[in-house]
Design a protein around this ligand. Sequence first.
Ligand SMILES: Cc1ncc(COP(=O)(O)O)c(C=O)c1O
Length: 366
Amino acid sequence: MKMDGVLKLYFGESNIPTPEYIKRAAAQALEEGYTFYTENAGLPGLRQDLAEYYRRLHGVALDPQSEIVVTASGVQALNVGLRCVLNPGDEALVLTPAWPNASAIIRMDNAVPVEIPLALHGGCYAIDFDALEAAVTTRTRLLAYTSPSNPLGWVATEEEQARLLEFSRRHDLWLLADEVYDRIYYRSPELGTPAPSILGKASRHDAVMVAQSFSKTYCMTGWRLGWLVARRDVGDRAAQLNEFIVSHATSFIQRAAQTALARGEEEIRHMLGRLKENRDFCLAALRQMPRASVPSPDGAFYVFPRIDGLTDSFDFCRRLLEETRVGIAPGVAFGAGGEGSVRICYAAERTILEPAMERLDRFLSR
Ligand SMILES: Cc1ncc(COP(=O)(O)O)c(C=O)c1O
């Protein structure tokens, strides 16, 4: 982090600053007096707008009073969601490679994450349902997955979602979907259409939770705002639990988020156009490189190439950094199935991506 002149592709955020209209909305909210406590579950107006957002984008009807809880970030949504349903000693299945926080939070709850890697077949990732079945024990209580995935960019197909739901119902498990990248999705005919949400398949009586965030869609990583959608009994509990963690997300930020939801669509499409070009540039560059093979990601803003013969991705990333000043993330950081690959975040300017790809190519050609 202290090294000068590094081409930084190791982070998990876009380099685009928060759009001006959201910053102005926050300033206006301060002026208007959004400086007091709000409800533990968040401003009723924001929850109403989130329900409307699900109706418009996913055709899903949610009760804003009981099924949506505003949280102070996506990671806090994961925290309260997991905390509400896991008891000490429970086991939680986690599809990996994955951003490590879900497994870490499960451990913080004195439960046990059981990581099940996705299988790579014919250049595509897919859920290994046989491995999932084999991993279920009498202590298994939850299955967590991320779609679109950080770090894979993999997106669960409609069929995979249906099978995950059937699997969770059959084994009486909670199904926790991390959908924070749902708007960063390239497979639809029109950019801006979200990746399918599990909420479109599940009924409101299913034991299903979704963790969400304003960070990635609206370039608001530092603002710390997210939400949890959950069956109403757990929604109630999550709102209560908020009281003892942060009480609620920051008032004026919640208010600004209402403006983001109302006016964000054009900016989102613009960002997606740029991200898709960057993705295609990186894929084309990586596919020319010796030792690298890379599945096509359908969402998020990462590529996760496998490097032939690589057994220590941490050491590889350290040498790449020291010798070429290119910073990327080691696959081993993303749990089972991650070793042997590296993660590259392509939400950066082309003036950074182009020299970074050239240096990586030269490094791999040695
Ligand atoms: C898969 C995934 N989930 C959740 C988050 C958390 O986002 P935040 O806490 O910024 O809302 C991230 C951030 O990198 C992520 O990659």
